[in-house]
Design a protein around this ligand. Structure first.
Ligand code: ARG
Length: 462
């Protein structure tokens, strides 16, 4: 057994020190140092409140504030003496504060526990990440919007089952992602609003006998109000789970466009050209331009959703209130947040830079009998056929064209009339992809006119 001396924070009850392995498994300072700014902000708010309530002298509060200035400067300057034996950021800062200002440092923890301290620090951190996510998402929305505006009427194939379905417009496809991202943004906004209650003052779990002013600390830290139940305050990590949930859905959206980019940038599709800035070459195959950033973005959901599952599993079945299990919350959220922000930035860069190959898009739009539905619709409108019959007639025409190795518009009128005698020359108007997309004027449809209206709506909204 390797023993160090008894912990200075609670040494009173402890005769011996902890095992080195215990120190290693117990410590969170290796990662929770990222909460230093939030921890200091929480302590400042707490000290100011204690002084205002007459629990702490003004002189002590001033000393604490000045000492925290120095602590912050040391951490940011890289000279702060982080100690694993002091477990976490909370005790590291308090111990250093004691070195700097002496006795008043020991008064800072009055009416507070590390349980409400970590709850408030982490909430502040996650709240900031919500803001960063919202900002990152908006930047990406603007990038998609610029693509949509430029290509409101460029035709491309729309897919179901990754099989050519019906022609759509480039702008419409880009706007689909704007819609997804808008929902993502909404989820972060909602989560932020719900988490914006201050747990500081819940103390260990039961509240405190000191006459604290929780409204004051809540307000000082930018919260809407204090949390209403002290037990819930120290045992709740919903805010982190909601963040991870919103991040997972957002990352899932990014992974879908990433996959489209991988497909679209291939030599077989040539729908887009990705910029050199977001691709790599091959050390052996000179012709290669690999969509590495897109592939990594496709993968990021794996770890972000992994973090979500990990934290759910940590929280599942935990009896109230705080348990040390909950220390496992931070690394997951840190990693997920870092990767979400990086992913949003990388996707924004790729979308800004990507160049659509209009010719390839148009060619592909016309291939694969993409206007078969337009033909069926025409049979309904012009010949008053029931849609099911029109579907059948169109199917026969598609088969005829396929057998002949040609596209639908290349069939002669006579060939068409051999399938249904009522068909007239007018049918050829609907077989062109341009006409096809122009006709999709239903609200939310792909017609360029509709796309332009949606672009204008989003430009105004952003
Ligand atoms: N490092 C701890 C955590 O991240 C802080 C709270 C510790 N509380 C306690 N009662 N041991 O969860």
């Amino acid at each position: 057994m390797t023993e160090s001396s008894a912990n200075s924070m609670w040494g009173g009850r402890f005769a011996g020190g902890v095992d080195a392995i215990m120190e290693a498994i117990n410590a969170s300072i290796g990662f929770d140092r990222r909460l230093y700014a939030q921890d200091i902000a929480g302590s400042r708010a707490h000290a100011a409140m204690l002084a205002a309530q007459g629990i702490l002298t003004e002189a002590d509060a001033r000393a604490i504030n000045t000492g925290l200035d120095q602590v912050k400067a040391e951490i940011e300057g890289g000279s702060f003496p982080f100690r694993t034996d002091l477990e976490d950021i909370h005790m590291n800062i308090e111990a250093r504060l004691k070195d700097i200002i002496g006795e008043p440092a020991g008064r800072l923890h009055t009416a507070r526990s590390r349980n409400d301290q970590v709850a408030v620090d982490f909430r502040l951190w996650v709240r900031e990440q919500c803001d960063a996510a919202i900002e990152g998402i908006e930047a990406l929305m603007r990038a998609f919007l610029a693509q949509a505006e430029a290509g409101a009427d460029w035709v491309m194939p729309g897919f179901t089952h990754l099989q050519t379905a019906q022609p759509v417009t480039w702008g419409h496809h880009m706007l689909a992602y704007v819609e997804m991202l808008a929902r993502d943004r909404g989820r972060f906004i909602d989560a932020r609003a719900r988490m914006n209650e201050c747990p500081l003052g819940a103390a260990a779990l039961a509240g405190t006998s000191f006459p604290i002013d929780r409204e004051a600390t809540a307000q000082a830290l930018g919260f809407d109000r204090p949390t209403a139940n002290s037990l819930d305050s120290v045992s709740d990590r919903d805010f982190a789970l909601e963040f991870l949930g919103a991040a997972s859905i957002c990352a899932m959206h990014l992974s879908r466009f990433a996959e489209e980019l991988v497909i679209w940038s291939s030599a077989q599709f040539r729908f887009v050209r990705l910029s050199d800035a977001f691709t790599t070459g091959s050390s052996i195959m000179p012709q290669k331009k690999n969509p590495d950033a897109a592939e990594l973005l496709r993968a990021k959901l794996g770890r972000i959703l992994g973090a979500n599952v990990a934290l759910f599993t940590v929280m599942k079945g935990l009896a109230l209130t705080y348990s040390k299990d909950m220390q496992e919350d931070k690394e997951q959220v840190f990693d997920a947040a870092d990767n979400l922000m990086l992913g949003l930035a990388a996707m924004t860069g790729m979308v800004k830079d990507m160049i659509a190959n209009r010719d390839a898009l148009a060619q592909a739009a016309a291939a694969g009998f993409s206007t078969a539905t337009d033909l069926a619709d025409w049979l309904v409108r012009a010949l008053n056929l029931p849609f099911r019959d029109a579907h059948h007639v169109t199917g026969s025409l598609v088969k005829m064209a396929e057998d002949a190795g040609i596209d639908l518009p290349d069939l002669t009128l006579a060939q068409m009339q051999s399938v249904h005698p009522g068909i007239t020359e007018a049918v050829f108007d609907v077989l062109g992809v341009e006409n096809s997309v122009r006709s999709r004027m239903s609200y939310g449809g792909t017609a360029p006119e509709r796309v332009r209206a949606q672009v204008a709506r989003w430009q105004e909204a952003l």
